[in-house]
Write a protein that binds this ligand. Structure first.
Ligand code: PFF
Length: 454
């Protein structure tokens, strides 16, 4: 007697889909990574490039992922297997699962830092500290071993706990409340940040482009950041797409998610750069930027303690709704391909990601001198996923939809079998056929120094 496979889970409502997908997209990438990468790459000119990439490439890739996932109703590997039997397209799926391992490892390390900062905020650890002392506080925390490791495991545990319970109730419900709350707190921080003395320099850094700062590597960083921030190029949104109901409009969902994500990134920039300049921190400070700048702002505000608790709490939550989505990629793969139970799959995924994660955590301390291609393990995961694996995945995904899956099936999926208009279809097809593949390939080769057209 062969039992029917259990019915696949799906999101309950369109708002739930947007909350979950935006929950995946909005995270440390917006609030932690975007400001320091923009800072290291000259600010406004970088941001313009970033926006161009989100609109011209990001949204079409996101839509392609949703299309594949909802059509196939499978994990990322299974989706390509199903839509292209006996063809090598499933390699995109394998690449996606590998990227998920790598992202989860270093991302959870940073997510752990947010827990330390929640703890510090609650115990008044920032109070009375000078900018220099806050800087030292970050350095001495990350150069330790036990605390960052403990927080890493706590965060992995939280992620695993939610995934085990099933995504629907956890993510859908919590993101609907927590995302708007994050927005409110960001607005308050922006108001405080832009009214600090000396803030004007930060605002012009953010909005006044200096194109002389743009080099080949900047373009690749902007593309990489767009992919990372939107959670695209590795099948996270193929996986989530497979949980979207057949009656939802994929086009407007992708558009809303991408716009919300971009809006939050710019807002985070507005909260952070004015303060960076006001406190004389270098915008290219790197991974510690947010962890040093924000406590400085809180120091200057009435009620700073309460806001710092709220901020780091929400940063942690934003990170959690992202780590969940990455772990789901691996767990869905284990469940459907290795026929594992969800619980066992989650244990296995969590355990194996942790092995790599420990090395990422120790990259700022005992393994700081262990370098591969000049990167620490943390740096290597951060750089290769965002700047190589995700754009490469995105390139192959659009080529797959445009040239293999084809216009007719894409149209069928995007119009829900003819029920919706999807007037954007010709533009979408044109972009995924020509614009996106050429642009990604070009930026990629140029950024890696394999061609030089300048
Ligand atoms: N988009 C998330 C962020 O900006 O924090 C990070 C991320 C999540 C990247 C999921 C990739 C992914 F599949």
């Amino acid at each position: 007697m062969s039992a029917l496979p259990p019915k696949r889970e799906s999101f309950g409502s369109k708002f739930g889909v947007i909350a979950a997908a935006a929950g995946s997209a909005i995270g440390l990438g917006n609030i932690w990574r975007f400001p320091y990468v923009a800072g290291e790459n000259g600010g406004a000119a970088f941001i313009i490039l970033y926006l161009a990439f989100v609109i011209a490439i990001g949204i079409p890739v996101m839509l392609s992922e949703f299309t594949i996932g909802r059509r196939a109703q499978q994990n990322v590997y299974g989706s390509f297997r199903k839509l292209a039997p006996n063809r090598p397209w499933y390699l995109i799926g394998i690449m996606g699962v590998v990227a998920a391992f790598m992202i989860l490892a270093f991302y959870t390390a940073v997510a752990g830092w947010t827990l330390e900062y929640i703890y510090q905020a609650i115990t008044g650890g920032f109070n009375g500290k000078t900018p220099g002392e806050l800087n030292n506080m970050f350095d001495s925390f990350t150069s330790g071993t036990s605390r960052p490791l403990i927080w890493f495991f706590v965060f992995m545990g939280l992620t695993a706990f939610i995934i085990m319970a099933g995504v629907k109730n956890g993510i859908e419900k919590s993101t609907k409340i927590l995302m708007p709350l994050l927005l409110i707190i960001l607005v308050i921080l922006i108001v405080r940040s832009v009214t600090l003395p000396g803030a004007a320099k930060g605002i012009s850094f953010l909005f006044k482009p200096d194109f002389s700062k743009i080099g080949a590597s900047t373009v690749l960083e902007a593309l990489g950041q767009a992919f990372f921030s939107l959670s695209i190029g590795m099948g996270t949104l193929v996986t989530y797409g497979s949980y979207i109901q057949k009656s939802d409009d994929l086009g407007s969902t992708a558009f809303s998610v991408a716009m919300t994500d971009t809006f939050i990134a710019i807002m985070a920039g507005l909260a952070i750069f004015p303060a960076v300049f006001a406190f004389d921190i270098t915008p290219g400070y790197g991974e510690g930027l947010v962890f040093v700048t924000l406590p400085n702002i809180f120091q200057q505000m009435p009620g700073g303690t309460i806001f710092s608790i709220m901020f780091f709490l929400l940063l942690g939550v934003a990170a959690l709704t992202s780590t969940i989505s990455v772990l789901e990629v691996i767990v869905a793969f284990f469940v459907e391909e290795l026929k594992m139970k969800r619980k066992a799959a989650t244990y296995l995924a969590t355990f194996s990601v942790s092995l790599l994660g420990i090395m990422c955590v120790l990259s700022t301390s005992s393994m700081a001198d262990f370098k591969i291609f000049g990167f620490t393990v943390f740096g290597l995961m951060n750089f290769t996923t965002a700047n190589i694996l995700l754009p490469l995945g995105g390139l192959l995904i659009v080529i797959f939809v445009a040239w293999f899956f084809g216009r007719d099936k894409a149209k069928d999926e995007l119009t829900n079998g003819g029920k919706l208009k999807a007037l954007y279809l010709p533009v979408f097809m044109f972009i995924i056929k020509y614009v996106a593949p050429l642009a990604i390939a070009f930026v990629f080769l140029q950024g890696l120094g394999l061609i030089n057209l300048k």
